[in-house]
Design a protein around this ligand. Structure first.
Ligand SMILES: [Zn+2]
Ligand SMILES: [Zn+2]
Length: 137
């Protein structure tokens, strides 16, 4: 069976595959995502963690978001590729960064969020709804 969402980090130490559809897909423009990606935003997909198969072990870096919730960002300890995210506000869910997808066309964003902190040179799709803050609430 071909998994719908599959790929690996840059060095190949970590692979993942998912067969279900994401429960959420959207672009996060918060300052933390800018810092950790070195880019304008992170294209984020959210899946039930139990549906994501992972080989290799990501290292997680934990921060407190403006909301007060813990946000853990998973990256390859060898090559530094950012792959995953876990949120204390979303137990049992795993975020996957869509730039890591083998077939990036599988990612269809539905929302731009945290746009209040977007960089001036962050060109967004005008068709997508915009939220100044967090995606939920
Ligand atoms: Zn790697
Ligand atoms: Zn963010």
């Amino acid at each position: 069976m071909n998994s719908k969402y599959t790929e690996q980090c840059l060095c190949g130490e970590i692979h993942y595959s998912v067969d279900v559809e994401p429960v959420f897909s959207g672009n996060c423009h918060c300052k933390d995502c800018q810092r950790t990606s070195g880019s304008a935003f992170i294209p984020a997909m959210l899946f039930p963690e139990k549906d994501v198969r992972i080989s290799g072990t990501a290292r997680y870096f934990e921060t407190t978001a403006d909301s007060g919730h813990m946000h853990k960002r998973g990256f390859c300890p060898n090559c530094g590729s950012q792959l995953f995210a876990k949120f204390s506000s979303l137990p049992g869910m795993l975020g996957i960064k869509a730039g890591t997808l083998h077939d990036t066309s599988r990612y269809v964003p539905t929302l731009d969020f945290h746009v209040a902190s977007a960089a001036a040179w962050d060109a967004m799709n005008p068709e997508l709804p915009k939220k100044p803050g967090a995606a939920q609430a």
